[in-house]
Design a protein around this ligand. Structure first.
Ligand code: SF4
Length: 793
């Protein structure tokens, strides 16, 4: 290390002075310019004036002022449009006229855009030509206006009537030798009403093949929490953040992925709450934040959010949380009955003694080496935790996509249980969901493994016997398509190809299908890598007015905190050819099931209240849904763990013992994590900048510790090819992604980060989180070589 480079916890920090401007840091080194990508120092403050200006820029560029304002004035209001971005909740009561963030505006601008992707567009563009365009370009061709079909052997989509489209799908579905040869995927945008009808249709058709985007994100959270506290969701409400004294933010970058959470954290920080960020990268949103609505502070330095930053190694969280538990239990042995919440542990939990013994057996060397965090810092954080009376632990995909994600989440619960931090005000667990209704879709029955009790209620209400055999999740669906066991792929929203790991493998799997169908609002990569035949079914978006038999309808969604509330679009739909998602499901069900169904599908979609009446009879907690969802802010689903009642097998919260299984790295190898840029939401690429990390005009970058760059004699700005290494059944699998610009960044040694979906090609389909089967996009073993390959188009 050069002697003028400051060392921060074993990493080299940017030399950023204190008088940074809004959202910018002075450059610690000359900017990098390679392959069209420009890199400067990362921003030092999140949001602020720049965020307001960016939001205005996106609004003017896409929907224009009139449509943009019409949508934004209703965004996240009572009886307004629910933001199609993340699942962070809106305030229960008082809401301001601008209850949204920069990325919420981008999401609305994308959907409300004035651009149109018409049949003429598809006449001029062949599928081969489209497949050579970037995800960003595809997404910016505007709203789809007509149902389109790609016939076998053709290279151009052409218009098709809705009746013919449904007849084509029904013909293909009914031609399969078993219903299990069809796969029905759901993205987190789908409303509760559409999701409920969809799972009903799929189960009446005869399969549980209902993979969803939860398989790719919070599957690990649901599984881990259900086992140990009896509910697979978070246990806190927004009000709890106003009562907590300590907040852990683990493997999460709220500044980009759940931006309004920063307003909640700012309020907490100003109240003196200790916020601790546990993450390999120091993300700017957790460093300093300027609330864009706080006009008086727009030109100041912003509020410091996280008091402590723990730069844990990739996959080092389990060891770190074991370290915290060990520190606390050692202190308890020195001061019996003074450190942990003994009465809570005795009355409400099980497994404590085994856990204590197991933690005592783990060595400090192991903990420090695997976590990458020195013992004094573990002690410092443990002291905060020991003092805390009300602690909240939040996390996101930085945890859930690790190989030991389930064990790690259960270790966090162990820590919470030591202090009795679940089931009381101001405390609890908070897995923060990434897509606006991903949690609600699960509640409505979108899961390949719904419990028997749910299937029993479906049977009783609808008078048919639902299939009981578990279906395929996302990873197993892709493998089944590859093997030729699944032949029809139907996606309710989403961009399956860009969301899934192992891009080449998944593309090949889709190509083997006889039919692929996507219900979509805009063009994406999944439309250009298709089965022998393909259909695009254009649907209404959240912002669009939804008229059924002349009555304006609303749908409902569930946010990260289990609140079910309404969403009602108010914009003129982009075409009179669009159908709503519930209407698409209803007509598909009628075409496919014919007289095999007794459900009056058309009657249901004439008035969504009728769907909600059925949901109320099947889904626990949704009783009297039509009345309760109409109240301002909607209603909370029951959450026994929040009330201190643990519906586990033993009726108590459970301590779990697990061992750290390190991921071995050979010389020259690194662990890679994928992440999103600030101009990105899931697979939607709004723009080519990531201004918080100082990356502009491009996305093929790899963030790397400066000492690693130096050790390998690479240079900032140099182009490297990345190879991932995965051992499968004793065989070494290699995958290559070419031409990534090296960017020196504050990240632990031998850890690197790149954006997805570009890096998905490196994530092996066989590399999954233990037990949850979630692809391990946060733990890919890679090596680098000077680039000799051309970048993909
Ligand atoms: S915080 Fe999430 S839900 Fe709220 S406006 Fe931003 S993107 Fe939308």
């Amino acid at each position: 290390m050069a002697k003028d480079e400051p060392e921060v916890n074993g990493r080299v920090a940017w030399d950023a002075s204190d008088h940074a401007h809004d959202g910018e840091a002075p450059h610690a080194q000359p900017p990098i310019e390679t392959d069209g990508v420009r890199v400067t120092a990362p921003a030092r403050v999140a949001a602020g004036l720049k965020s307001v200006l960016k939001a205005a820029e996106f609004t003017l560029k896409e929907p224009g002022l009139v449509r943009g304002i019409a949508a934004l004035t209703h965004l996240n209001q009572f009886d307004g449009i629910d933001c199609p971005g993340c699942a962070w909740p809106d305030p229960d009561q008082d809401r301001s006229f601008n209850e949204y963030c920069e990325n919420g505006v981008k999401a609305i601008a994308e959907e409300a855009t004035a651009r149109r992707c018409t049949p003429e567009f598809f006449r001029s563009w062949s599928v081969s030509d489209l497949s050579r365009q970037s995800d960003y370009w595809l997404g910016h061709q505007g709203r789809l206006t007509h149902p389109m079909v790609l016939r076998a052997g053709s290279d151009h989509y052409e218009p098709i009537s809705w009746d013919d489209a449904f007849a084509t799908i029904a013909g293909e579905l009914n031609a399969q030798s078993t219903p299990d040869q069809a796969i029905f995927y759901t993205s987190g945008r789908t409303s509760n009403e559409a999701a409920f009808l969809y799972q009903l249709f799929v189960r009446q058709f005869g399969t549980n093949n209902l993979p969803d985007c939860s398989n790719l994100c919070h599957e690990s959270s649901g599984l881990a929490l259900k086992e140990v506290i009896g509910v697979g969701k978070g246990t806190v409400t927004l009000q709890d953040f106003d009562l907590a004294d300590t907040i852990l933010i683990i493997g999460q970058n709220p500044g980009t992925n759940h931006p309004r959470m920063l307003a909640t954290l700012q309020r907490a920080a100003r109240r003196g709450v200790t916020i601790i960020s546990v993450n390999p990268l120091a993300e700017v949103g957790l460093t300093r934040f300027k609330h864009p609505k706080d006009v008086l502070h727009l030109f100041g330095r912003g509020t410091k959010i996280a008091k402590h930053f723990v730069p844990v190694r990739l996959s080092g969280d389990l060891a770190f949380f074991k370290g915290l538990c060990k520190e606390i239990l050692e202190e308890e042995s020195r001061h019996p009955e003074q450190i942990i919440n003994r009465s809570f542990i005795d009355e409400k939990t099980r497994g404590f003694e085994d856990f204590r013994t197991a933690v005592a057996a783990v060595t400090w060397n192991e903990i420090v080496e695997q976590s990458g965090i020195p013992r004094p810092q573990i002690r410092e954080i443990a002291e905060v935790v020991m003092r805390s009376k009300s602690m909240i632990a939040c996390w996101a995909m930085g945890l859930t996509q690790q190989r030991q994600a389930v064990a790690t989440i259960q270790e966090i619960v162990n820590l919470m249980l030591l202090g009795g931090h679940i089931g009381r005000p101001g405390a609890g667990v908070c897995p923060v969901r990434g897509h606006s209704n991903v949690q609600g879709d699960r509640t409505m029955g979108i899961w390949e493994r719904m419990p028997e009790s749910f299937l029993d209620r479906l049977r009783d209400v609808f008078g048919f016997e639902p299939p009981r055999k578990h279906g395929w999740d996302v990873v197993d669906s892709v493998k089944a398509m590859q093997r030729g066991e699944a032949r029809v792929f139907f996606a309710m929203g989403g961009n399956f190809l860009s969301a899934t790991p192992d891009t080449e493998f998944t593309a090949e799997a889709l190509r083997r299908c006889s039919l692929t169908v996507h219900v979509s609002t805009k063009l994406n990569r999944a439309h250009v890598v298709t089965g022998k035949q393909a259909l695009i079914l254009p649907c209404l978006g959240r912002t669009d007015r939804d008229e059924q038999t002349n009555r304006n309808q609303f749908v409902s969604v569930e946010n990260s905190m289990g609140i079910v509330h309404t969403s009602r679009g108010n914009l003129e739909p982009p075409s009179d050819q669009l159908l709503s998602e519930p209407a698409i499901v209803a007509r598909l069900a009628m075409a496919t099931l014919g007289n095999r169904t007794k459900v009056n599908w058309l009657h249901l979609v004439e008035d969504y209240d009728r769907i909600r009446d059925l949901i109320a009879r099947v889904v626990p907690g949704c009783e009297e849904m039509n009345g309760r969802v109409r109240r301002n802010g909607g209603f909370y689903l029951p959450n026994a763990a929040r009330d201190g009642d643990y519906k586990t097998k033993t009726g108590r919260a459970t301590f779990v013992v697990s061992a750290v299984e390190p991921i071995p790295l050979e010389p020259g190898q690194f662990l890679l994590t994928t992440l999103r840029s600030h101009d990105q939401y899931n697979t939607t690429i709004y723009g080519l900048d990531d201004r918080y990390r100082g990356v502009f005009h491009g996305r093929r970058v790899v963030l790397m510790n400066p000492n690693d760059i130096k050790e390998h004699a690479w240079k900032a700005g140099e182009l490297l090819d990345i190879t991932s290494h995965f051992r499968n059944d004793g065989k070494q699998e290699l995958r290559v992604a070419p031409r990534f610009v090296v960017v020196p960044y504050e990240i632990p040694r031998r850890c690197v980060a790149t954006y997805f979906p570009e890096a998905n090609v490196l994530v092996p389909i066989g590399s999954v989180a233990l037990r949850s089967n979630t692809p391990t996009s946060k733990a890919v073993v890679v090596s680098f070589a000077r680039s000799r390959l051309a970048a993909p188009l």
